[in-house]
Design a protein around this ligand. Sequence first.
Ligand code: DX5
Ligand code: ZN
Length: 214
Amino acid sequence: MIKVAPSVLSADFGNLQRDVEEICNSGCDLVHVDVMDGHFVPNLTIGPVVVSAIAKCATKPLDIHLMVQNNTFFVELFAPLKPEYISFHIEEEKHPHRLIQKIRSLGIKPAIVLNPHTPPESVEFLLKDLDMILLMSVNPGFGGQSFIDSVIPKAARLNEMRNKINPNCLIEVDGGVSDKNIQALKDVGVDIVVAGSYVFGAKDRKAAIKSLQI
Ligand code: DX5
Ligand code: ZN
């Protein structure tokens, strides 16, 4: 069954504790946290003060998605919160192999994110060291954007690669995910989906989460 990680970016930040508790009580599998620095992406979100507040009230593991320039600095900043995953963008890291080892040495599962234009082959030689690869199905920076369809053949290619090299490496997709594309994602082997506006924008958030757990 596909796992669902609602993106807190679409929550009501005036009622963050309420919203985080609600999704955790509504059957989500992970809590997706988008950290943006205003440099790697044209948006600025949250730092350790707010993420530790989320960690305190979340009863599901955190999935921290870094969209930043200085990955190592942010990994060290968030490691004490003991997230399940920290993912960083391959486009912004000169020494991804070294950073994977660092994240693992901190007791956290390392993951790499690929922007829409980055081919899955760019992580072929890192696959055996990774717990997860996150494919962006929008350009990173904002919630509520439309799903980019080319992620489907890309996930299919990645699925073949990981089945050969490291079947334990999960595939996550982030951006524009809804009940309209979940079956196509399932068909190409996607394990986890991130959903922001689809979950938080729904009248019944529990039903929205359930509709993706196919
Ligand atoms: C975009 C973020 C996503 C985003 C998803 O840069 O990484 O996690 O919040 O939101 P939706 O599901 O609304 O596209
Ligand atoms: Zn994200």
